[in-house]
Design a protein around this ligand. Structure first.
Ligand SMILES: C[S@@+](CC[C@H](N)C(=O)[O-])C[C@H]1O[C@@H](n2cnc3c(N)ncnc32)[C@H](O)[C@@H]1O
Length: 346
């Protein structure tokens, strides 16, 4: 999958019920990042029709879309419903958008049917997430049980780029209402917000063996998903360092809603923020070039005071791997779509 291009401004991505519209506006930036072109879903590319495709006759298209819409599928789980929503969007709704208005009556009816089905599925998923959030906030869950439930939604293929049903769940579970206006001016070497795929967060928790003894710092923490999920699943304390105050405020709200008091989100530049609390650091390519070198030099100074674990994801990994004060854990490859773990050896 080609990952959605990082977005820097929120857009309103309005669809579904009123409740969902409000939610989407709140996390519109995230929603856009998750719904990039050429999305894959559980490793299956959802082919979006190229405008240059030879047009099907209206009858053929009606037949094809009717078969798609009416195909019998079991929709009893969040994941199955999320997958069906993606299929409806990629194969019916967006396909009909390419045909353009006004649609012939039979295609118009299919379009309305697809929109209604999508809304029903989204409403069921929203209710599922509301119940899950309430259980988490009431402490009516075990970390192991939650991990099993999350792992069932994650795409099992390691090293394959793209988002999956667990990302949809995280987007809803960690949603904390409308995102206020963005203020931070990103310098050319800084990378705009893009969430770490949820299955990579699961890999981080497992491979860094996170526990409540650890303090995890997400350098460039965005909307805080890495720390929120890590705290829920491992009990680790967390510090987010993020240039954009609006992201920090949203992440802190989300932590309060889920009753995760062990998380703090600092609106600060990683070149200056205090880094003395954490023993595990996570970098999903928050910046490049000299800025990345400068922050790695800061982490090296911290590593002279205590052993550190550094986890990386994305294109920053080859730069992290060059640091002589770090030793990479196996597998010692540089696949940018996998999590990599390094130990300080100073
Ligand atoms: C690729 S996103 C990663 C978000 C988050 N870590 C995650 O994985 O979900 C990079 C984030 O780094 C932030 N960022 C960029 N430069 C920064 C800097 N100098 N100090 C702190 N945060 C920065 C951006 O605002 C953005 O939210």
């Amino acid at each position: 999958m080609s990952r959605a291009a990082p977005c820097s401004t929120p857009t309103s991505c309005v669809r579904g019920s009123r409740t969902l519209q409000r939610k989407q506006q709140g996390r519109s930036l995230l929603a856009r990042a998750l719904r990039g072109p050429g999305l894959t879903w559980r490793g299956v590319r959802l082919v979006r029709p190229a405008v240059s495709q030879p047009p099907l006759s209206s009858n053929a298209l009606t037949g094809e879309l009717t078969a798609l819409l009416r195909s019998p599928v079991t929709l009893t789980s969040f994941g199955a419903r999320a997958q069906r929503i993606e299929e409806l969007e990629a194969h019916v709704i967006e396909r009909l958008a390419v045909v353009g208005a006004p649609l012939p009556p039979e295609l118009h009816a299919l379009h309305a049917e697809a929109l209604a089905l999508r809304e029903r599925l989204e409403t069921r998923n929203a209710r599922f997430v509301e119940r899950l959030r309430a259980r988490i906030a009431n402490g009516a869950y075990t970390r192991a049980g939650l991990l099993r439930a999350f792992a069932r939604l994650a795409d099992p293929q390691p090293g394959v780029p793209g988002y999956d049903a667990l990302d949809e769940l995280f987007a809803d579970l960690f949603d904390a209402g409308e995102l206020p206006e963005l203020h931070a001016q990103l310098e050319p070497e800084m990378v705009a917000y893009q969430p770490t795929p949820a299955r990579v967060i699961l890999a981080l928790i497992e491979r860094a063996a996170l526990s409540c003894e650890d303090v995890l710092c997400d350098v460039g923490s965005g909307l805080g998903h890495v720390l929120l999920a890590s705290a829920l699943l491992s009990g680790a304390r967390g510090v987010g360092v993020e240039l954009e105050p609006a992201y920090c405020a949203h992440a802190a709200r989300s932590a309060r809603r889920l009753r995760l008091p062990q998380l703090t989100f600092m609106a600060a530049d990683a070149r200056e923020a205090p880094l003395d609390e954490a023993n595990v650091f996570y970098l999903y390519t928050p910046f490049r070039g000299q800025l990345l070198d400068d922050v790695l030099a800061r982490l090296k100074r911290e590593a002279t005071r205590r052993p550190l674990v550094i986890c990386s994801y994305g294109p920053c990994t080859p730069v992290v791997a060059q640091a002589r004060w770090l030793e990479q854990r196996q597998p010692a490859d540089l696949n940018p779509h996998e999590l990599h773990v390094f130990d300080s050896v100073l």
